[in-house]
Write a protein that binds this ligand. Structure first.
Ligand code: T1G
Length: 688
């Protein structure tokens, strides 16, 4: 059955694309469209043409799985050049999300009818690309260069309402998209409306727009190639002819599609979707019906977690130790909403409808009707066990009990539950209502249906889930502690704190290790390590941290930590003194350290631990580790995550450098993971 079919109704040809799951513009679709369009444009019984899609969405873009393979004609640019020759009115009927090449297909049409809930967008920058089928040339001709840059460099879809306001949509359908598009097209024919080819229009661009735009995105797009290439392409649209501009765009696209950055970002696109594919879970796995949610603990995390559910329509009961504390927690949530409204990210109505779903309580009996209870109390095993004990008295065998613990052993927590099979870890990242990652930690006894329910819930609150086994720190924090260990040792070895941070920032991390510790609070890690034995972590590496906290310098919240925060942010001189003192105490040799060593010691520690996590079965696959570290700690997406980056850099090289580090550091932390050794061997065999 062809993925593209057509029929004629009242001298209008209706071409239908049917290529599940998202009508990606695969070769079969492009060929089918080309054939159908050639046929109808010559057919005298056809006065106008509608392009529509079956299924849940209009074309969601080029078929990303075809990238990197030999191109098969007709490519999208060829198809669109053919469409530009059509003399009959071409109308796109858009529902769902017309993205990338799908949106570009609509721009090749002369008119666009959108369903009121539909969206259009050019997300190519999220894949390390720019629109490659004329989008950078047609869109600015339709809506002006400024609006076009916002859509292309931002990579975010816009609503049908906005699309209509800025001139992308010509008509919004309220009831039946096809019927209303046919009616709209009949009117076009009656009124003798012309074909409206965007290639014939000029681009409106203010002076200095492109120079100013480069400055505007400099911080957010730091290190990425595609957003700046997009600016060049739109600038070309304002300076060159249409055909020259399309040629310019094509060259830029070809450069990017074969770049390591785009390969890395496409890797993450598929990895984030693969992470939800869990052995033993399929469409037949029983999913529990979660309607009511309870959160225990109204601290920063508890409130953030509650907001995720409130924003997605779940009634939430927030339990605290007293009525006053419960009221204070409710006020905390309201304050978070108010600051979100101030940033223009939500309306007063949205806040009110979310707040209407919130009940604050200090009585465990109020949780008895909850289907999911998430504890976010103080990070102390005894306190968490007490919570489980209390829950045993008020919940039944249907309630899922989740813990937000970052480090504690969830198997141990589950032991105290009346139904251990219902216990799972839901590890959110602070700020919990903003960070997209959710680690779903399965215990030895977690029921498969509970895991499947958690996966579905994650998506319903807009999170990207990754399943982890139980170990100290699960995936993200376990890797982060290794990265932090090397940064701490480098400090003792003589590397200044701001140089370590700048090196990691220049690598692409959102901020250096010590800046991040100051922001989160140095005391959190210090308290967590107090429960560890000296075998479990390197005391030397965190000795400066402990000394700072002991002297009350806990980070930004106390005005001083690794940096001083008195107006501007400057390195805390006390840190340099403490580093020397601790180096002396632990007999750590001080020396000049290269930027390269700083970067590789920290990043390779991440990589080695990541492979250990996979080989131990804590993570199901290497790409899960990449998803965790890019979404959880901002590892630069244009490097694809620590393990994808390792592959691009070369496993053999990493192993060689780790051996050199072992010579100076000892092999306590630099013994290579078996998986890394195996991958290096395979790499050498491939390169023979
Ligand atoms: N190509 C191939 N497969 C795709 C795909 C695509 N464009 N989009 C989605 N899939 C698969 C996805 O891997 C998953 O597969 C299934 O469809 C459901 O996706 C020339 C060069 C459309 C908003 O970047 O944003 O056009 O895991 O789980 O949550 O200028 O998919 O089931 O096997 O994400 O409902 C530009 C990418 C391409 C859009 C739907 N387009 N897709 O979200 O479902 S480049 C994009 C999405 C381009 C042109 C350029 C989302 C979605 P599986 P899903 P969803």
């Amino acid at each position: 059955m062809s993925v593209v079919t057509s029929r004629i109704e009242n001298n209008i040809s209706i071409i239908t694309i049917d290529n599940p799951p998202v009508n990606a513009l695969s070769h079969a679709v492009r060929q089918g469209l080309s054939d159908e369009l050639k046929g109808v444009s010559k057919n005298d019984d056809v006065a106008a043409i509608i392009i529509i899609c079956n299924g849940r969405t209009f074309c969601a873009g080029a078929d990303i799985s075809e990238f990197g393979k030999p191109p098969k004609s007709p490519g999208l640019p060829e198809l669109m050049a053919e469409m530009d020759m059509i003399e009959k009115p071409l109308v796109a009927a858009v529902h769902g999300t017309a993205l990338g090449g799908g949106f570009e297909l609509t721009l090749c049409c002369h008119y666009r009818v959108m369903e009121s809930a539909a969206k259009v967008g050019l997300p190519e920058v999220n894949l390390g690309l720019i629109p490659g089928a004329g989008g950078t040339q047609r869109l600015p001709r339709l809506i002006g260069a400024q609006e076009a840059l916002d859509m292309i460099c931002g990579g975010k879809p816009i609503s049908a309402k906005k699309a209509y306001e800025i001139g992308i949509a010509d008509h919004i359908s309220k009831e039946n998209l096809l019927k209303e598009t046919i009616k709209y097209t009949e009117d076009l024919i009656k009124e003798g409306k012309p074909t409206k080819r965007l290639r014939d229009l000029d681009v409106v661009a203010a002076n200095d727009l492109f120079k100013e735009y480069r400055k505007k995105i400099a911080h957010k797009s730091r290190g990425f190639l595609a957003p700046f290439a997009a600016i060049e392409a739109v600038q070309a649209a304002s300076e060159l002819s249409f055909d020259q501009g399309v040629a310019f765009e094509r060259e830029k696209f070809k450069e990017l599609v074969s770049s390591p950055q785009s390969k890395a970002q496409r890797h993450l696109f598929f990895s984030e979707r693969a992470a939800s594919k869990i052995p033993g879970i399929d469409k037949t796995t029983p999913i529990r019906d979660v309607k009511k949610v309870a959160i225990i603990g109204g601290g920063l995390m508890g409130c953030g977690i509650a907001i995720n559910f409130l924003n997605n329509g779940f009634p939430v009961t927030l339990l605290e130790v007293s009525a006053d504390a419960a009221t204070a927690a409710k006020e905390k949530i309201e304050n978070i909403y108010r600051s979100t409204i101030k940033k223009g990210r939500m309306s007063e109505d949205q806040m009110n409808s979310s707040m209407a779903l919130l009940t604050a309580s200090d009585d465990y009996n109020d949780l008895s009707a909850s289907d999911l209870i998430i504890e976010a109390v103080f990070e102390d095993m005894a306190i968490k066990k007490q919570v489980i004990n209390n829950l045993n008295k008020v919940t039944d065998e249907n309630a899922i009990i989740a813990t937000n613990t970052s480090f504690l052993d969830i198997n141990e927590i589950a032991e105290g539950a009346a139904h251990p099979e219902n216990v799972i870890g839901l590890h959110f990242f602070s700020p919990a209502h903003i960070m997209p990652l959710l680690e779903i930690v399965k215990t030895d006894k977690s029921d498969i249906g509970v895991i499947a329910t958690a996966l579905k819930l994650a998506k319903s609150i807009g999170k990207t889930p990754v399943v982890s086994g139980v170990c100290y720190g699960f995936i993200a924090n376990r890797m982060s502690s290794c990265y932090g260990r090397e940064a701490g040792l480098l400090l003792l070895e003589g590397a200044p704190v701001d140089r370590i941070d700048k090196t990691l920032y220049d690598f692409g991390m959102p901020m250096g290790m010590f800046s991040m510790l100051d922001m989160a609070g140095i005391d959190i890690g210090v308290m967590a390590r107090e429960k560890l034995s000296s075998e479990e972590y390197d005391e030397r590496a965190f000795s400066v941290h402990a000394a700072l906290v002991k002297s009350g310098q806990k980070g930004k919240k106390t005005g001083a930590g690794f940096y001083k925060y008195n107006g501007d942010k400057t390195p805390n001189q006390r840190v340099a003194e403490l580093s020397a003192e601790m180096a002396d105490k632990y007999g750590v040799k001080r020396r000049d350290i290269t930027t390269k060593e700083i970067e590789e010691r920290c990043i390779f520690a991440l990589i080695n631990e990541g492979f250990k996590i996979v080989e131990e079965g804590i993570a199901l696959r290497a790409s899960d580790v990449d998803v965790v570290y890019t979404l959880g700690f901002g590892f630069p997406r244009y490097r694809g995550g620590p393990l994808h980056y390792a592959q691009q850099l070369g496993f053999t090289y990493i192993l060689k450098r780790m051996k050199e580090f072992a010579k100076t550091q000892g092999d306590r932390w630099w013994a290579p993971s078996k998986m890394l050794v195996k991958l290096a061997e395979e790499e050498r065999e491939e390169n023979v």
